[in-house]
Design a protein around this ligand. Structure first.
Ligand SMILES: [Zn+2]
Length: 241
């Protein structure tokens, strides 16, 4: 295939622009903020999961606390009634003895129930503290997420701007290339990992980085400058520079 030196240089120019566009696209996908956001989202999910567990515990404790309060109240009421009866002076001596005994037993029970209530309240405090900590963590994580999202948006916009500009230039160059040559380039580029053309540097193909054997090099030297070369190894368009 024939292609003028100018056409060949356009192909190489196009390849350089395509490389830059590819690099920008790779950069776009590998911005550190993407990984950071994934990590933060994991932490937010973890904190929310724990928060819902803690809320479940808090509901359970609140229930236990209400029951415990009722238990204490019941015993306290009973003690008050017994004490009222004791001080009324209307009870028989046998009744008095029974009531005094009952009051002692009830007060012991009241003490025990108050201990239980205290223990539940301590657990309740711990759960509230944990819940507050988790809410604070979540709020900090959200702030951090917003900051990083902002950075990601800025970086993405900047790279997209570069891609846009390079694509415009690329299309201008592509328009100067003959249809058949451009189609060949595009076809090779598609199967060649984005590289359709490479420069011949010394005896090395810049596309596959392999040296071209002496026989082939000798043949190349005899070819006219407008003869389009292909690398024997990678089949890419080879441009003499
Ligand atoms: Zn090659």
């Amino acid at each position: 295939m024939q292609a003028s030196i100018e056409q060949q240089s356009f192909i190489l120019e196009l390849q350089l622009l395509d490389n830059e566009i590819m690099q920008a696209n790779t950069k776009l996908k590998s911005l550190p903020e993407i990984e950071q956001l994934l990590h933060i989202d994991k932490r937010i999910t973890g904190a929310n999961d724990e928060l819902s567990t803690v809320k479940g515990e808090a509901d359970q404790i609140a229930l236990e606390l209400r029951r415990s309060e009722v238990d204490v109240e019941t015993v306290t009421d009973r003690i008050k009634k017994d004490e009222a009866r004791l001080s009324s002076g209307s009870a028989t001596p046998k009744e008095l003895e029974q009531l005094q005994h009952e009051v002692i037993t009830l007060k012991k029970r009241e003490g025990e129930l108050e201990e239980i209530e205290l223990e539940i309240m301590i657990r309740n405090d711990a759960v509230i503290t944990r819940s507050n900590t988790l809410n604070t963590d979540l709020s900090s994580l959200q702030t951090l997420k917003d900051e990083i999202s902002g950075r990601l948006n800025n970086a993405t916009a900047e790279i997209n701007k570069v891609i846009g500009e390079k694509t415009t230039t690329r299309n201008l160059v592509a328009n100067k290339i003959e249809k058949v040559l451009l189609e060949l380039y595009e076809k090779i580029r598609l199967s060649g990992g984005g590289v359709g053309a490479a420069a011949l540097v010394g005896d090395k193909c810049n596309g596959c980085n392999l040296a071209i054997n002496a026989v082939e090099m000798g043949r190349i030297k005899t070819l006219a400058k407008d003869e389009l070369l292909r690398c024997e190894e990678c089949r890419r368009i080879l441009v003499r520079i």
